[in-house]
Design a protein around this ligand. Structure first.
Ligand code: EPU
Length: 310
């Protein structure tokens, strides 16, 4: 366990915004969780779990939060950086491989590792920059794939129960939403076991590549963004609604809605004006008001705001 005081948080987020926290706690081994409750009590601040910071809007200023950074990369020993092949199962859809993955593993690394071995299911997430823990907590998805249906078990840390392992009967999920059924003040994913269908390596690599190229041609992957700002309302696309209501390209300070895809709020870090979360939040409110006025639709945020209440 490594503790750092008053870390600047902007560099940890893909949007490159946010102030500083009371402290950050880097967790690399499951044993680190043993001292976590006592460490958090000593440091103070509300615990917030940071994954890859790719779906996050952190407020400006010095924030009364303590950031947990789960950097667990693999199975039970915490040292092996590779995912762990844990076995196989036969399902009505065919042969599946059980893969153990630490919450801290970066998604692009996992996708490439899986593609080389013909392990499918996650390839829609090509181009998503986050870490595995965040993928699960968000039930991230794209191109018809989503994370939660592929999960077989999860090891989580909760303040109430410490480290423990859960099965699918213990969680629920829907579009871009994942929660544990039992009520905890907060939880942190430590390790996950995925059940992944097998696919010929060449076909899988081709799918991964085509998802990535499609994403690159429709989304501003070259900008600092936090992915889609709003969830899609049922039966429609937030991007389309924002576009038609004229938000595309709207700018405030260093923040703007991407001309490439209107549901991406981007941070221009080279324009000479310091980007602020206040500007981002103002633009988000403006977009929400505009879409409500034009279409009568209230958009719901997909991006998580910090500080947040668990
Ligand atoms: N559209 C516009 N203008 C825009 C953007 C989109 O008219 O500025 C139209 C498109 O032409 C298309 C429709 O809206 O007809 C849908 O757009 P797109 O195919 O780009 O998909 P999306 O609904 O905007 C969703 C996910 C993305 C995911 C893609 C691909 C959400 C909020 N967004 O985008 O996920 O990558 O599908 O599967 O669910 C994310 O969650 O952060 C994210 C980027």
């Amino acid at each position: 366990m490594i503790i750092r005081n008053e870390p600047a948080l902007a560099p940890y987020t893909t949007l490159r915004l946010g102030g500083s926290a009371i402290a950050e706690i880097l967790l690399e081994r499951e044993e680190d969780c043993e001292r976590l409750t006592e460490t958090l009590e000593r440091l103070g601040g509300t615990p917030h779990v940071l994954g890859g910071g790719s779906n996050l809007l952190i407020h400006d200023g010095h924030l009364p939060i303590t950031v947990l950074r789960p950097l667990f990369r693999t199975g039970k020993n915490g040292e092996d950086e590779e995912p762990a092949l844990l076995g196989e199962e036969t399902t009505p859809e065919g042969r599946h491989v059980l893969l153990g993955v630490g919450a801290g593993m970066r998604v692009p690394y996992l996708l490439n590792w899986c593609a080389r071995r013909g392990l499918a299911g996650l390839e829609g997430l090509a181009g998503v920059p986050g870490r595995v823990g965040g993928l699960i907590a968000m039930n991230a998805g794209a191109y018809g794939c989503s994370t939660a249906p592929l999960l077989r078990s999860l090891t989580v840390f909760t303040p109430e129960k410490g480290l423990h392992t859960l099965g699918p009967e213990n969680w629920e999920y829907s579009y871009r939403s994942f929660s544990l059924k039992e009520e905890y003040s907060w939880y942190m994913v430590v390790h996950a076991v995925f059940s992944l269908p097998c696919m010929p390596v060449d076909a899988l690599k081709e799918k991964l590549k085509s998802h990535f190229l499609h994403k690159k041609s429709t989304q501003p992957l070259h900008e600092h963004t936090a992915g889609c700002v709003f969830k899609n309302p049922t039966g429609d696309s937030a991007g389309r609604l924002l576009d038609v209501s004229g938000m595309k390209g709207t700018r405030q300070g260093a923040l703007f809605f991407s001309p490439m895809h209107a549901n991406f709020l981007a941070h221009d870090t080279r324009c000479g004006i310091p980007g602020t979360a206040a500007d981002a939040l103002e633009l988000i409110e403006k977009a929400r008001d505009t879409v409500r006025e034009v279409f009568g639709v209230v958009l719901e945020m997909e991006v998580k705001e910090w500080p947040c209440r668990f």
